[in-house]
Design a protein around this ligand. Structure first.
Ligand code: PEP
Ligand code: MN
Length: 338
């Protein structure tokens, strides 16, 4: 429920509304705006009987909020959330590109990639140090060493770091190195993890679970927001369907729908979304066209020899070409693409 106060409502009237909400066992969320002062009601599972509020003074209107994701939805927060990561903006009209290898493999590999993607216009550097692999015999990531290489690559390139956190036991370690904490598809519904991330301020890149509906995706974001961390970036990375020709089915229609229903930035990962190098460019262009706030692309200096996700990794040259085309598209789609 959203209680919109009249323009001439007194502080006392607002306080009374807040007290009533608390009294009913819910949490009041003051939403001061330039055109209206409203109070959101959070914490209810079902529709609230508004009759007890209607008798209070200073209220202009009471709006029943239909979506269960109150903090992630646009009903309370109409304006796009723009997240600042060390001077790089994500959200709104900004089209921000995160690029780098699937896994950090060596010092040379990550530094070389960072330097090359930076020149083409990448805003942030990605690289997994802790890797969620399907089988236990596959390369699991360099762990702390990988984080140290990322730190060096950041120092040289100036790009903030995005890297995955798989388990709470590594939270402090990953917090020390990451500028954005990535939560992978496999952990989208790890609610203990999400709750802990709500207690920090560092931006979180939340990837859609491979079998998650849009509502489950937004409710996962809601866990982080509800804990007090407002810096959530959503990432569409494809879902599992009956189609086996591509690694996943990249659900671009959901990106446009999330833009309508949520104020959070949503970026697209066409690398995991397709699993095919040749499809990364066309899906990147389609992502800008469908309203995404950016991309996350796997780029490797020698894709054929990448230790993970070789088939979907593009070369720095291919990356440069994609970036140059995105820059020409930006004006048509009203985006800012550096
Ligand atoms: C990744 O980005 O490297 C990754 C493992 O992605 P996902 O969690 O989407 O599979
Ligand atoms: Mn990968």
């Amino acid at each position: 429920m959203l209680i919109v106060m009249r323009n001439d409502a007194t502080d006392q009237q607002i306080d009374l509304v807040m007290a009533k909400i608390k009294n009913k066992g819910f949490t009041p969320l003051p939403l001061p705006g330039t055109q209206r002062t409203a109070i959101g009601v959070v914490g209810n599972e079902s529709r609230i009987d508004s009759s007890e509020f209607e008798i209070l003074e200073g209220i202009k209107e009471i709006i029943h909020v239909s979506k269960p994701y109150k903090l992630a939805g646009r009903e309370f927060f109409r304006n796009d959330t723009i997240i600042n990561v060390e001077g790089v903006s994500i959200g709104g009209r900004n089209f921000t590109v995160i690029a780098g290898p699937c896994s950090v493999e060596s010092r040379e590999q990550i530094i070389k990639t960072a330097e090359l993607v930076k020149i083409s216009g990448a805003g942030l550097l990605r690289g997994g140090a802790f890797k969620p692999r399907t089988g236990p015999y596959s390369f699991q990531g360099l762990g702390k060493k990988g984080l140290e290489y990322l730190k060096e690559a950041k120092k040289i390139s100036g790009m903030p770091i995005v890297t995955e956190l798989m388990h709470l036991k590594y939270l402090d370690l990953v917090m020390e190195y990451a500028d954005v904490i990535q939560i992978g598809a496999r952990n989208m519904q790890n609610y203990d993890l999400l709750q802990e991330l709500g207690a920090i301020k560092k931006p979180v890149l939340l990837k859609r679970g491979m079998a998650a509906t849009m509502e489950e995706f937004l409710l996962a974001a809601e866990y982080i927001l509800n804990g007090g961390n407002k810096n959530v970036i959503l990432c569409e990375r494809g879902i599992r369907t009956f189609e086996r020709s591509t690694r996943n089915t990249l659900d671009l229609s959901i990106v446009s729908l999330i833009r309508e229903l949520s104020h959070l930035p949503v970026i697209v990962d066409p690398s995991h979304g397709t699993g095919r190098r040749s499809l990364v460019a066309p899906m990147s262009f389609a992502s800008m066209a469908c309203g995404a706030s950016g991309l996350m692309l796997e780029v490797h200096p020698d894709p054929k020899n990448a230790v993970s996700d070789a088939a979907q990794s593009i070369t720095p040259e291919e990356f440069a070409e994609i970036m140059s085309k995105l820059k020409s598209m930006a004006m048509i789609f009203d985006k800012i693409c550096p």
